[in-house]
Design a protein around this ligand. Structure first.
Ligand code: MRU
Length: 353
């Protein structure tokens, strides 16, 4: 563990000594530490408790959860191997409901397994570990592609508001929304970031602000209820956010509060962009009404860590995500290019391309 004042390379998940290590995002930026994971159950708990969070990073963690479990089971006979690995996949699938990347990654690991049915269990386990490594490496390549497309949308000097953390910490590296900002900065543009604090888990204040400070990208922190004022003062040129699931019609689920930002952006004629790898688009869900919204524990709203500031006994709601209708989305930034005013036909064409 080192103090938060030191520069750290953000390697959200890493394979070290035959084990998965993940940065504990619950304690950043006060503490920078890796926790070690050995199988499906502890990885599922790491996802549920938000040691790892952010849609693509959750997908990567789930892939490793399957791969590590398969390694543990490698000497079993095929029937026992099959039953135990199916159970492991079920445990991982139950960890968090909204980010479709979790289910996308589990489906991908299962497809790899299915393609190897005739092989020895040890060979299957090795192939699944390779697949998890590939999911991780591919995520960084995809983020770089999205970054290049998205950077074109930002003018030199742009002041970009973002909500939650869609950065390197939410992915295998580079980030989706923050990847767009990083790529624009790498292209020589002077970009400054306005980070919404992001109640209640404070991903903006703790994680986005930390990532930007680490890289000397100018960042200003505001509380969520300041976004409208900032826009009304002409202090925001564009909004770029990430997403946990996009429905077939282009409706976007993202961190609670994103919808509010999108409405405000439309009111002030500010473009609202969503950085979105294809693994986050769920063509099986017709529109945003079908996206499962996670409801998290009340203590995230009544206080933070050991401190409680809300009245004891008060009723609490804690939906962790909201849905922004497609009509408020100026454009999706994907690894296959930009999709302006997304709709069902344009998203179907994206997968067909
Ligand atoms: O609850 P979280 O922190 O997992 O929510 C994360 C978000 O809402 C991100 O904006 C989203 O996953 C995009 S990550 C590149």
């Amino acid at each position: 563990m080192t103090s938060s004042g030191q520069r750290q390379k953000v390697e959200t998940l890493r394979w070290q000594g035959g084990r998965l290590e993940m940065i504990d995002q619950r304690v950043l930026p006060a503490e920078f530490q890796y926790l070690t994971y050995h199988g499906a159950a502890d990885t599922a708990e790491g996802i549920r408790s938000m040691v790892v969070r952010g849609a693509p990073a959750i997908g990567c963690a789930a892939a490793y959860g399957v791969a590590m479990e398969a390694q543990q089971l490698r000497s079993l006979e095929p029937p026992a191997f099959t039953s135990a690995l199916n159970h492991a996949i079920e445990i991982l699938a139950a960890s968090r409901p909204t980010a479709v990347n979790l289910f996308w990654a589990l489906k991908r690991m299962r497809a790899k397994w299915d393609s190897l049915q005739a092989h020895a269990t040890g060979d299957i386990a090795d192939a699944l570990l390779q697949e998890a490594h590939e999911v991780l490496a591919e995520d960084i390549r995809i983020n770089r592609k999205m970054g290049a497309f998205g950077a074109e949308l930002l003018a030199d000097g742009a002041r970009v508001l973002t909500h939650c953390n869609a950065g390197a910490l939410a992915t295998a590296g580079h980030g989706t929304a923050l990847g767009v900002i990083r790529s624009a900065v790498e292209a020589g543009k002077r970009i400054s970031v306005i980070a919404d604090e992001t109640r209640p888990f404070l991903q903006g204040a703790r994680l986005t602000a930390w990532e930007m400070v680490q890289e000397d990208i100018p960042v200003t922190l505001i509380t969520d209820n300041m976004a409208g004022f900032m826009m009304s003062q002409g202090e925001v040129d564009a909004v770029v956010v990430g997403t946990d699931r996009v429905a077939a019609n282009g409706d976007v689920a993202n961190k609670i509060g994103t919808y509010m930002v999108a409405v405000l952006a439309r009111r002030h004629n500010i473009p609202f962009y969503v950085a979105c790898p294809l693994s986050t688009i769920d063509m099986s869900i017709a529109d945003g009404h079908g996206i499962p919204i996670e409801e998290r524990d009340a203590h995230e709203v009544t206080g933070f860590r050991d401190a409680q500031w809300a009245a004891h006994g008060v009723k609490v709601r804690n939906p962790a995500f909201d849905v922004t209708p497609a009509e408020l989305v100026t454009g999706l930034i994907t690894e296959k290019g930009l999709v302006f005013a997304p709709d069902r036909n344009k998203l179907a064409a994206l997968f067909a391309a």
